[in-house]
Design a protein around this ligand. Structure first.
Ligand SMILES: Nc1ncnc2c1ncn2[C@@H]1O[C@H](COP(=O)(O)OP(=O)(O)OP(=O)(O)O)[C@@H](O)[C@H]1O
Length: 417
C-alpha cells in the first residue's frame, strides 16, 4: 500500500444468512472446512437464504482524507465498518489499515460496563497500543474533552447514552489515531458536543484518514472529502464530488405522495410550479434554471364564513427540511374571499435555489387576533404538504447550501487596516 494510504479496501465481500438455524449450520460447515484446510467450498456462491451484505468493495483513503459512507438503512455501511475495524472477517478480499486506529462504531461498544470511565480509558488506550505512561499523559485531555470529570469514577453502565458517546469519541480522537472510524452514534450527543466533535474531526483530518458513516447530509457535506454510496452491498458511486454523491443518495428516496393535512375550510387544486420561459421536464418533474423567474399557481376555494385569507408556503428539500418560506401577511397582503373558485398565482422572482429537487408545502390561513407580543394569531384553512415537486439545475460551481446569493463584493484597499 502506498506511503500516504492509510486505509485500503480490496475486493471485500461479506455474506450473511437470513435464517438463524441455517446461519448456525453454515457456520459449523465453514469452520469444519477451515479446520480440515479445505478452501471455502461456497465462497463465491450464495447458499439458500444467504445474501451479499457487501460485494466487491474497493477504495482507499489517504492521510488528510475523509470518506463518507452513505446508503439507505441496510445498505451495508455498518458491516463495512465492522470489517474495517476487524470485528468481522470478510468472506473475500481484505481491508488493511496503517497506524493507530481509533473507532467509535457502536454505542458503548468496546466499553466494559461494570468498570468506571477511568478504567475504560486505560483499557481502550491499551487496546490501541498505548503504554500506561502514554495514556497517563493523555488522560486529563480525554476527560476534559468528554466533560465527564464528575462522573469518571462511575461505572459506565450507569452512563446515559450521550455520556457513553462523549467518552467513546474522546478516547478515539484524543489518542492521536492515524485512522479513525466513526459511525452515526455521534448523533446521540447533544448539540454542543456534536459541534465540538465535528470541529475536532476537522482538526484531526490533516493528520488522519477518516471513514465516517452518516445519514446527515449537512454533516457529510461539511466534513467529507469523498463519498462511497452503497446500495444493497454494492458501491454505486465512489468519488470526490461530494455534492453529486449526496444528490444520488437523496435520489434513492421517493419523495412520496402529496399529503393533505387539512382541507376542511379551504380546498386547493392543480397546484403547480412554472416558469414563464417554459422550463423543462425530467421524469415528469418540472425543471428550471438557477435564477429563473418562477411562479406557483393553484386553484382555491375558501368556505363562506371566512372573509379574508392569506397564502403561505415553504420550499422543502429532498430531506423534507424547509429551505425557504413565504407568508403574504408578512407583507400586509391579505385577500378577500370571493366565495367562488379563485386562481392564485405567487410570483417568485429570480429563484436563487441551487441545484436539487425541491417540493412545496402550501397553506391558506385566516388571521384573527394578535397575542400579547403583537404576533398575529391565525387559523389554518388548508394545509397541503409535498404538493408540487420541481428541480433546479444549471447552477455552476461548488454547492454546499440550498441558496446561492448573487452578492457583490467591494474592496477598498485604502480603508483596509
Ligand atoms: N450478523 C448478521 N447476520 C445476518 N444479517 C446481518 C447481520 N448483520 C447485518 N446483517 C444484514 O446485513 C445488511 C446490512 O446491514 P448493515 O447494518 O451493514 O446496514 P447499514 O447500512 O449500516 O444500515 P443502517 O443505516 O440501518 O445502520 C442488512 O440487511 C442487515 O440485516
Amino acid at each position: 500500500m502506498a506511503e500516504d494510504t492509510l486505509i485500503q479496501v480490496e475486493g471485500v465481500s461479506k455474506k450473511f444468512c437470513r435464517g438463524l438455524k441455517r446461519s448456525l449450520w453454515y457456520g459449523v460447515q465453514d469452520l469444519g472446512n477451515e479446520l480440515r484446510g479445505r478452501a471455502h467450498a461456497h465462497l463465491d456462491e450464495l447458499r439458500p437464504e444467504e445474501f451479499w451484505a457487501l460485494r466487491d468493495i474497493n477504495f482507499e483513503v489517504k492521510r488528510g482524507e475523509c470518506i463518507g459512507l452513505l446508503g439507505r438503512n441496510g445498505a451495508g455501511k455498518s458491516t463495512l465498518l465492522k470489517v474495517l475495524t476487524g470485528l468481522i472477517k470478510p468472506d473475500a478480499g481484505r481491508a488493511l489499515t496503517r497506524g493507530r486506529v481509533g473507532a467509535l462504531i457502536e454505542l458503548g461498544g468496546g466499553f466494559n460496563p461494570i468498570l468506571s470511565g477511568r478504567e475504560n480509558i486505560y483499557i481502550g488506550g491499551s487496546v490501541l497500543g498505548f503504554s500506561q505512561a502514554e495514556i497517563q499523559k493523555k488522560f486529563d485531555e480525554i476527560v476534559a474533552f468528554s466533560e465527564l470529570e464528575d462522573f469518571i469514577d462511575m461505572p459506565v453502565q450507569n452512563y446515559s447514552s450521550g455520556m457513553k458517546v462523549r467518552l467513546g469519541f474522546s478516547v478515539a480522537v484524543n489518542l492521536e489515531p492515524d485512522v479513525l472510524f466513526l459511525d452515526e452514534v455521534l448523533a446521540v450527543g447533544d448539540a454542543g458536543f456534536r459541534i465540538k466533535s465535528y470541529n475536532k474531526m476537522s482538526e484531526l483530518l490533516s493528520r488522519c484518514a477518516v471513514v465516517f458513516v452518516s445519514h446527515s447530509m449537512t454533516v457529510v457535506a461539511r466534513v467529507c472529502s469523498s463519498v462511497a454510496l452503497l446500495k444493497n452491498g454494492h458501491v454505486v458511486y465512489l468519488g470526490n464530488d461530494v455534492a453529486s454523491g449526496i444528490e444520488q443518495y437523496l435520489d434513492m428516496f421517493d419523495s412520496g405522495p402529496m399529503m393533505i393535512e387539512f382541507n376542511e375550510k379551504a380546498q386547493l387544486h392543480n397546484i403547480r410550479v412554472g416558469c414563464d420561459r417554459g422550463g423543462d421536464h425530467e421524469d415528469d418533474v418540472p425543471s428550471f434554471r438557477y435564477q429563473d423567474d418562477l411562479y406557483i399557481e393553484m386553484d382555491a376555494t375558501v368556505d363562506a364564513g371566512h372573509s379574508a385569507f392569506y397564502v403561505a408556503f415553504s420550499i422543502v428539500d429532498k430531506d423534507m427540511k424547509p429551505v425557504a418560506q413565504y407568508a403574504s401577511n408578512n407583507f400586509e397582503q391579505e385577500f378577500r374571499n370571493t366565495g367562488e373558485s379563485m386562481r392564485i398565482r405567487i410570483n417568485v422572482p429570480q429563484c436563487l435555489l441551487t441545484n436539487g429537487e425541491y417540493s412545496l408545502n402550501i397553506a391558506l390561513a385566516e388571521p384573527f387576533d394578535r397575542d400579547v407580543g403583537g404576533n398575529e394569531l391565525s387559523q389554518t384553512l388548508a394545509l397541503y404538504k409535498n404538493c408540487a415537486r420541481f428541480k433546479v439545475q444549471g447552477f455552476r460551481g461548488t454547492q454546499w447550501a440550498p441558496f446561492h446569493l448573487p452578492c457583490r463584493v467591494e474592496i477598498d484597499s485604502h480603508n483596509a487596516n
